[in-house]
Design a protein around this ligand. Structure first.
Ligand code: ADP
Ligand code: GN1
Ligand code: MG
Length: 370
């Protein structure tokens, strides 16, 4: 039980069903504070909800962010109902606060939101079953399709330049220059690894400038543990963690899914011999994703799918290493050098993807329907 917040009082601000029992920290997210809240209904059964405190040092405009989530989930809900699906499981459902909003702002200035708990499904840190990863590819391809007619102009940018890898590189070099936590000596090999690849940071940014890639509504944080997998059917039942849904590229989403799911080891694995770009996992995800979204992709998008996996992994590695240099101010850490361990897995993946890029391209070609 978390003492920092008085959940007994806090829950009174939401329209929950049943009598509050307890709230416990939940999940493995790096950003928000997530809790599972349990309630007892009149018939004695338990009802669960997810409660989250939004990380406002990262999301600086939480009310805009919540407006995005309300609009996106409403849109998804309509589409799911039209298709005969279950809107309480196939998208996130916000519980209204007592004043009718999608969030509650506490006296301390914390922003809290609550969702229906999606029962009978789980998220996984590492792919344990190929079918799960295939189905997460389908779920994210479908997510892109369902949002293809959502007006992107209605979306607020919740983190500006989120996947502007060129800017991420500049921020990284700034962290190197500042060496705020005095850790630069330890990471000279990793810094060199990044600098050797500087020229690739702006590839997608330049294609956007040249008008060669379509701006779409993208999720932008498609790691494998942001897709809930149904316990019975193994389907990717719901795409969660909608904080960064913004105008972006399909390539950001494809790339980040591969970054996280095509590595058979943990994101923070210390034994780097376990970390690699697993081509079977790559193929599995690519097949699922292209089955759902392949027809809508342009030739340039298709061409850059393998590269996007490498770029998103490189970007994430830079962010972890930059955070390590800054003194761990962004990602939650649970041990010493945690961000450094995470950065190292990402760079191991990047190096392996460089060796396997031609094979990755051949796999993409195999599943192109056009
Ligand atoms: P973060 O932004 O910190 O990553 P997430 O929104 O991804 O937070 O939530 C963290 C974890 O909580 C998820 O990986 C998932 O396991 C669980 N979770 C989030 N929303 C729900 C939900 N509606 N139902 C069940 N579990 C959820
Ligand atoms: C964060 O919120 P979470 O844990 O799903 C981060 C992503 C990174 C990821 C790396 C808002 O995702 O961008 O790729 O960690 N989210 C934000 O694991 O920065
Ligand atoms: Mg998450």
């Amino acid at each position: 039980m978390e003492n920092k917040w008085n959940f007994k009082e806090l829950v009174k601000n939401f329209d929950f069903e049943g009598e509050f029992i307890e709230a416990n920290r939940y999940g493995h997210g790096h950003i928000n504070d997530t809790f599972e809240a349990r309630f007892k209904k009149e018939d004695g059964t338990i009802r669960r909800y997810i409660m989250q405190r939004i990380n406002t040092s990262i999301f600086k405009t939480p009310e805009n962010l919540m407006e995005n989530i309300e609009n996106i989930t409403e849109h998804l809900k309509k589409k799911i109902i039209q298709a005969g699906g279950n809107p309480e499981r196939e998208t996130l459902n916000l519980i209204k606060s007592l004043d009718g909003k999608g969030f509650y702002k506490s006296e301390e200035g914390d922003y809290w939101r609550s969702y229906i708990f999606i029962e009978g499904a789980k998220t996984y840190q590492v792919v344990e079953n190929l079918n799960h990863f295939y189905n997460s590819g389908k779920a994210l391809g479908k997510f892109q399709q369902l949002l293809s007619d959502f007006p992107a102009s209605k979306l607020h940018e919740t983190i500006p330049n989120f996947h502007n890898t060129e800017k991420r590189y500049q921020d990284f070099m700034e962290a190197v220059k500042l060496n705020a936590a005095g850790r630069l000596n330890e990471v000279s090999a990793e810094v060199e690894f990044v600098m050797e690849r500087a020229s690739e940071a702006n590839v997608l940014v330049n294609l956007i400038k040249e008008g060669k890639l379509p701006i779409r509504v993208s999720h932008n944080d498609t790691k494998f543990n942001n897709v809930m997998i149904d316990d019975v059917t193994n389907e990717g039942i719901c795409v969660i963690d909608l904080d960064t849904v913004m105008p972006g590229l399909s390539l950001y989403d494809f790339g980040d899914s591969i970054r996280s799911g095509a590595n058979p080891a943990e994101e923070d694995e210390i034994d780097l011999s376990k970390v690699c770009m697993d081509l079977e996992l790559f193929e599995t995800y690519t097949k699922g994703y292209l089955e759902m979204a392949g027809e809508s992709l342009t030739e340039t998008e298709i061409e850059y799918l393998p590269f996007s996996a490498k770029l998103m992994t490189f970007e994430c590695g830079m962010r972890f290493l930059g955070d390590f240099l800054n003194g761990d101010t962004y990602f939650k850490i649970h041990r010493e050098k945690h961000n450094l361990d995470r950065a190292r897995t990402q760079f191991k993946m990047v190096a392996d993807m460089e060796n396997k890029l031609e094979e990755m391209k051949a796999i993409v070609r195999k599943y192109i329907i056009k």
